[in-house]
Design a binder for this molecule. Structure first.
Ligand SMILES: Nc1ncnc2c1ncn2[C@@H]1O[C@H](COP(=O)(O)OP(=O)(O)OP(=O)(O)O)[C@@H](O)[C@H]1O
Length: 374
């Protein structure tokens, strides 16, 4: 339970929790503005590595400005609590954004994208783009597809960023374990239907044209964000549905840059040789600890696309080693065999993104944007 005041911020309510931290709605007493405040779940400075991630996240983002990349305001330490203050996104993580029906969304903005805008300069008005989870971080990796083509929501499970094998199971739960109030609208979004034992999604639900329109539009915006960060020499390294939020105006934000790395700093492993990222979304070269570039993020984007189209990840296993073996050695089942009426164009893009060899994938986020726009 964090103090009610952290530096200049008054903590108001819990927004969500990830593997290492909890994010709160807070008010900046200097400006009266609301912000999102990320604090480490471990409390005051107990986890040096996680604390360094918060500082790294701030330093990484401080000089970047793009409408599809979350803004950070400051990082600090208050009575031993490392914190990161960032833009408050009033919206849903990508997974929940796609799970809710159109009627539950605040904005009914038509889903049409402006022509490719990723080559515009920072000075241009990105904010005028029209348009437009998860925290279902239930780590179970069991598939329960049944005969009528439905899949349990646990097929959507994703893991928290994992720096050791222990976190393959059990980490990343959406545990609002403190007693701060929880925003009821977010509660709707963050508590996945699976936890309430609701019916699993049916293929017909996944293929709803309105949902597919939302998915495509969100993917285009993620491509814009990726093109921007890759253009600045940055690789995200932990792209997954819980790190993509969509606000009430359907504007996407790429979040959680705690593992992001500038290419100049080199490879996909930390200084102490640990693998970083989230297993299910990691590219083969990331698993192998080889140097990464933007194409590794494109692989993760492909996994996201694959599972949001088919209801299940391309590779699934009960242990990290089995998952890695599959990622390195086996081909993902054809998407359209899993979802007979899935969008063939999106399926083609997803398969090309999850090719084992970076050279065989799309090479840039711009190329993916173009392919999605066809
Ligand atoms: N800037 C923000 N505005 C609003 N809600 C946010 C913001 N940042 C995070 N959240 C919410 O808090 C949740 C937890 O975020 P956090 O970054 O700690 O973890 P995560 O991305 O879910 O998992 P992990 O950190 O383990 O990858 C998010 O899933 C989202 O629901």
């Amino acid at each position: 339970m964090p103090p009610k005041a952290i530096g200049p911020y008054r903590v108001l309510e819990t927004l969500g929790s990830g593997g290492a931290g909890t994010v709160y709605r807070a008010r900046d007493r200097r400006t009266n503005d609301e912000v999102a405040l990320k604090l480490l779940s471990t409390g005051p400075s107990l986890d040096d590595r996680a604390a360094r991630r918060l500082v790294r996240e701030f330093e990484t983002l401080a000089d970047l400005a793009h409408p599809n990349v979350v803004k950070v305001f400051e990082a600090g330490v208050h009575e031993g609590w490392p914190y990161l203050a960032m833009e408050l996104i009033e919206g849903l993580t990508l997974r929940h954004y796609l799970d809710v029906s159109a009627g539950e969304l605040h904005s009914a903005t038509p889903l049409s994208r402006a022509p490719l805008s990723i080559r515009r300069t920072e000075d241009d008005d990105f904010g005028s783009v029209d348009g437009p989870d998860e925290d279902a971080d239930d780590d179970s990796v069991v598939d329960d597809d049944d005969e009528d083509g439905t899949f349990g929501l646990n097929a959507f499970a994703e893991e928290a960023p994992s720096e050791d094998l222990a976190s393959f199971h059990g980490a990343g739960e959406d545990s609002d374990s403190d007693d701060l109030p929880v925003d009821p609208r977010r509660d709707l979004s963050r508590k996945p239907a699976a936890k309430a034992h609701a019916a699993p999604p049916r293929m017909a639900d996944l293929n709803r044209p309105e949902r597919m329109g939302r998915l495509k539009d969100a993917m285009l915006q993620v491509c814009e964000a990726l093109a921007y960060i890759h253009g600045h020499g940055l690789v995200h390294r932990d792209l997954k549905p819980s790190n993509i939020m969509v606000d009430d105006d359907r504007q996407v934000r790429l979040m959680d840059f705690g593992l992001a790395k500038f290419l100049a700093d080199d490879a996909g492993i930390t200084a102490d040789g640990k693998l970083v990222g989230t297993y299910r979304y990691m590219a083969p070269e990331q698993i192998l600890g080889e140097p990464l570039d933007g194409r590794s993020d494109l692989y993760s984007l492909g996994v996201i696309l694959y599972e949001l189209i088919s209801g299940r990840p391309p590779f699934d296993a009960k242990t990290p080693h089995e998952l890695w073996r599959q990622v390195l050695e086996t081909e993902a089942p054809p998407l359209l065999a899993l979802n007979l009426h899935g969008d063939p164009q999106l399926a083609r893009v997803a398969h090309r993104l999850i090719r084992k060899e970076p050279d065989d994938r799309f090479q840039t986020a711009e190329e993916v944007y173009e392919a999605l726009s066809e």
